[in-house]
Write a protein that binds this ligand. Sequence first.
Ligand code: CA
Length: 240
Amino acid sequence: MRILVVEDEEGIARRVESTCVGEGFSCDVTTTGTEALSMLKFYNYDALILDLMLPDIDGFEILSRIRAIRNSTPVIVLSGLNAIDDKVKCLSIGADDYLTKPFSKVELLARINAVIRRTSGHFSPIIKFGPVSVDTMRRCVMVYSTELQLTSKEYAVLELLALKKGTVLPKEAFLNHIYGGMDEPEVKIVDVFICKLRRKIADLTGGLNFIETVWGRGYMLKDCDDEADEVPMSETLKAS
Ligand code: CA
């Protein structure tokens, strides 16, 4: 996950950044509205943590401008302003959540995880495929009742696949998710992570791994839950 933090108070910016990095997110920090707007133009962020009182363009204006150009990045306002009017205004112009300073690290993380999950179309923190459950709050993966032993990067790859289940993801998307544009190794590293994940999952499922290679395009997690719900064609014919 890649997060943009827009905050002009250095101490707070550092605290938000360390909270995000500690959770395994990549984090970009900017202190001005102008820079925030240009970063949002060039990069895809999974969430934006937005202060309101900034030295140039304020947070309200940033919010209005990005929503006007249909940028749907989830936004959590983190502000010292605690008047109901400010909260209502932000939520009505496109913020997804509002947290007041001083903030609790645990609460901020819970809110970031919740907005990212909702934006990805998942309403529970646990994403399932076959016997595999990815717990995006606890950041762990269970296969049946055994916990899958993953490195933090392997987890990040599997988390992205799970969040975007049923969608083909190019290898660059994984690099962006894991490294956030910082010191990115070559895309071949993604194949290595996928290979390790497949082996680890297959070891616990008796051979199934659910990760499909889409030649020339990338990788996709098979949306096997939907298939299970479908009535096979032969059954439909028999019923009619
Ligand atoms: Ca400020």
